[in-house]
Structures are given as structure tokens and as C-alpha cells.
Ligand binder design. Structure first.
Ligand code: AMP
Length: 429
């Protein structure tokens, strides 16, 4: 066995044309991206691409220095000029930064979508990687409950378009800073009675941000949190009305949801509506497919205008794992339209000339070049999912009439070279 000299970095993986783990196949990623881009255009979102690294403060100022993502999981390093830079663990803060820096408030578009890699140094497990990919949207506009409902609907629509059925939406309102401060006090009053039974992480969170105890995945914390006060009890009448409006619009769109008072989300910038969609397939501990919410104060906090914002982010790996769990991976990579099989060395030159000509006319073509056996050539054509196999032997070379086999119907016809471009018409006439 060959010894590998180099290995992937732990927590990363390769996306390849064929894999035993179908979610790693590039054709599936392309299918996902095509669907996400198409839906984005239906909903009026335009693409934004930001660098994969930012000045570290972009994240510490926005997500909060004490959030797990920033305090424990960020890839931070100093460049040669001693600047502290971080690989992005998420894209909301970079997009707000880009919106402000490019004066995008002057433009018509206030809806953006992104697709790209994120980086978090976390314990590796199924559905959790150190380089992973997110698709997400951000919307900067007036505060309108229709936008909250529309954003949630978009996320669910994406899952539906990918064929996912086993998903479940949880939603909550976490109000504003003042509400959360009152709620935090009430939580401390509650959790202090169970302090010694909390996980070490949650004991730390108790002082810094007790809301995060509700987010904990540790069984002991979950058990204690069951009877904790709920933030909904602390909402002011206007916040309550806004939340009710969002729910009413979701009802009118026939969206089912569960109101979950323990849903607070891990980052400091969220306010009011927050939501999460989990997969009910057996994905193990990492079953959160996507989530998001409002972050009305963030733009101002980062030095921009006081524009409300909201969005969602969904992890592509977990979507593809879910698709595979639900048997939704039926994609077969599209193969070449024309597949030439030369049956002897002199025939290869003609095959290459024809293939090059077809490609220059924007037709997909490929040529078997492992050896000159018909059987192996045809097997390869099927494996590649080619549409037509074109057999070129000595006889064909002289007559300029080739044998074409339609691989879906197994039908064979003799076709003059000059008619190759009209194969579909000839076979399906
Ligand atoms: P978050 O901002 O943490 O809610 O992340 C949004 C989505 O990104 C999650 O619902 C996951 O689908 C995905 N995600 C987050 N962290 C990871 C990770 N380490 N590996 C894979 N997917 C992730």
C-alpha cells in the first residue's frame, strides 16, 4: 500500500466527482448551488462575496467576545505586519462590514445572498467540520414582520426544493437588550439554586451570559433548563405584538412551527425574532440545519446607519447529509454528449479532431483513450453517463460513416460524419 505523504487538515474534506459518501460528490454540490441561486433570484436576493478573512474585530465586535464561536472556535492569527486576522466563522458580520464600506445603502438592492466556506475550530464529528460551507441571506430594510416571515419561508422553501421532508421549525422572540438584561437576572436567580450541577462551561456562562446556558448541548444543563423562566414572559407589549404578527403571517402561509422559549441562539447581535430548523432524520448530535433571526442594532454598532437587518444561514454539509438520509440523492452527473471510441491507433486522430471541433461549437465531447477495445470503451461511456457513443474503426475512417450508439435506448445507426451534430434529431425523429 502507498504511504500518503500529505493529509487533509483535520476537520476538512475533499469534494470529489465520485465518493462512497455521496454528500461529498461535486455534482450534488452543484445541484445544491443551482437550486440556492435559482431561489435567490426568485426572492430578489443578489450575490455578495466577501474575503474569507477579516480583521478580528469584525467578529469580536459583532458576535460578542464571549460567544463560543469567537472565544473558542475562531482561527485567529497574526500576519507578517502583526495584524490580528481571523478566518470567518460566519458571514453576517463581514456582510454588514461590506455593506457599510461599499456604501450599499445608496443602491437599490438591500437583499444579499452568499455561498462559501466558514471556519470554526470545534470538535470534529458527523455534520461538524472545521471548514464547512454556508448558504445564507441578509436583508437590510425597514422593520416589517413580513420580512421575518418571508426570510423563514425562503429557508423552508429551499429545503422543500431539495426534496427534504423531515424538518422542523422552532421560533422564539428574544426582545431587545433591556429585555434580555432583565431575563438574564431572572435566569441567574433560577440557576443559582443548581449552580453545582451545571456543566463547567455553563458555570462560566452563569456570570458572563446566563442566556447561553439555555443553548447548552450538555444533558445536565438541558435538564436543569427545562423549568427555567422563559423570555416570552419578559417581552414588552410592542415586542409581543411584533412576534404575534410574524406568527400570524406564518400561519397565513401555512407554515408549521413550534414556539421554543429556550431558543436564544449563540451570538450577541440577535434581537426579536430568532429561529432554527432542525432535521428530524438521524443525523446524530449535529441536526441543526440552519437558523437565523433579526439583528437590528448591528449595522449601527459596526459604524453604519441605523438600519434593521435579518437573515439566515444554513450549513450545506448538513443539508446534503439529510438529503442522503432521506434518499434524495438521485443526481447522476451529466456525462459528455458525444463519446468517441477509437478502435485502433490511426482512428484516434480522427476522434480527437472531431472532439475538438464539437467542443469549439460548445458541444460536450470526450474520447476513450485507455486502449482500443470496444467493450471497455462502451463500459466507460455508460459509466460516464454519456449520451451517444461514436465508434470509429478502420472502415469508418475510410468511409467517413461512423456507427453511433444511443446509450439510453441501445439503438445503433450508421451516420455520416457531417451529420454528427444532429444526432438527437436522427435518433428521436
Ligand atoms: P450557526 O450560525 O452556528 O447557527 O450556524 C448556521 C448553520 O451552519 C448551522 O445550522 C449548521 O447547519 C451550519 N454549521 C455551523 N457550524 C458548523 C460546523 N462546524 N460544521 C458544519 N456545519 C456547521
Amino acid at each position: 500500500m502507498l504511504r500518503h505523504m500529505f493529509h487533509r487538515v483535520k476537520g476538512s474534506y475533499d469534494i470529489i466527482p465520485e465518493s462512497e459518501e455521496t454528500w461529498k460528490e461535486s455534482s450534488l454540490w452543484q445541484h445544491f448551488e443551482k437550486t440556492a441561486r435559482f431561489l435567490s433570484s426568485l426572492y430578489g436576493f443578489k450575490e455578495i462575496r466577501t474575503p474569507i478573512f477579516e480583521h478580528t474585530e469584525v467578529f469580536t465586535r459583532s458576535a460578542g467576545e464571549e460567544s463560543d464561536v469567537v472565544s473558542k472556535e475562531m482561527y485567529t492569527f497574526f500576519d507578517k505586519a502583526e495584524r490580528s486576522l481571523s478566518l470567518r466563522p460566519e458571514l453576517t458580520a463581514p456582510i454588514v462590514r461590506a455593506f457599510i464600506e461599499n456604501n450599499l445603502h445608496q443602491n437599490e438592492c438591500d437583499r444579499f445572498f452568499y455561498i462559501g466556506p466558514c471556519f470554526r475550530y470545534d470538535r470534529m464529528q458527523k455534520g461538524r467540520y472545521r471548514q464547512f460551507h454556508q448558504f445564507g441571506v441578509e436583508l437590510f430594510s425597514s422593520k416589517d414582520p413580513y420580512h421575518d416571515a418571508e426570510t423563514i419561508y425562503f429557508l423552508l422553501d429551499l429545503y422543500k426544493n431539495l426534496g427534504l421532508k423531515n424538518t422542523s421549525l422552532r421560533i422564539n422572540s428574544i426582545g431587545d437588550k433591556e429585555i434580555r438584561q432583565n431575563f438574564a437576572k431572572a435566569l441567574q436567580d433560577y440557576f443559582k439554586h443548581f449552580f453545582n450541577d451545571l456543566s463547567p462551561d455553563s458555570q462560566r456562562r452563569f456570570q458572563i451570559n446566563p442566556l447561553r446556558i439555555l443553548d447548552s448541548k450538555e444533558e445536565c444543563d438541558k435538564e436543569i433548563s427545562k423549568n427555567a423562566p422563559q423570555i416570552t414572559e419578559f417581552l414588552t407589549p410592542s415586542k409581543r405584538t411584533f412576534f404575534q404578527d410574524v406568527l400570524r403571517i406564518l400561519d397565513s402561509l401555512k407554515v408549521s412551527y413550534e414556539i421554543d422559549g429556550s431558543l436564544v441562539r449563540g451570538l450577541d447581535y440577535y434581537c426579536d425574532t430568532v429561529f432554527e430548523v432542525v432535521s428530524t432524520n438521524d443525523l446524530g448530535a449535529q441536526n441543526a440545519l440552519g437558523g437565523g433571526g433579526r439583528y437590528d442594532g448591528l449595522m449601527k454598532e459596526m459604524g453604519g446607519r441605523d438600519l434593521p437587518g435579518l437573515g439566515f444561514a444554513t450549513g450545506i454539509e448538513r443539508i446534503l447529509l439529510s438529503m442522503s438520509a432521506e434518499g434524495q440523492i438521485t443526481q447522476k452527473a451529466e456525462g459528455p454528449f458525444y463519446y468517441f471510441i477509437p478502435l485502433s491507433p490511426p482512428c484516434k486522430e480522427l476522434c480527437f479532431t472531431l472532439m475538438t471541433k464539437l467542443r469549439s461549437d460548445q458541444k460536450s465531447a470526450s474520447c476513450f483513450s485507455k486502449n482500443y477495445t470496444l467493450k471497455k470503451g462502451l463500459a466507460e461511456a455508460s459509466k460516464l453517463n454519456a449520451k451517444y457513443a461514436i465508434l470509429v474503426g478502420e472502415e469508418e475512417l475510410h468511409s467517413k460513416i461512423v456507427t453511433v450508439k444511443c446509450l439510453s435506448t441501445r439503438e445503433e445507426k450508421k451516420i455520416p460524419l457531417s451529420n454528427l451534430e444532429t444526432l438527437s434529431e436522427i435518433f428521436y425523429a
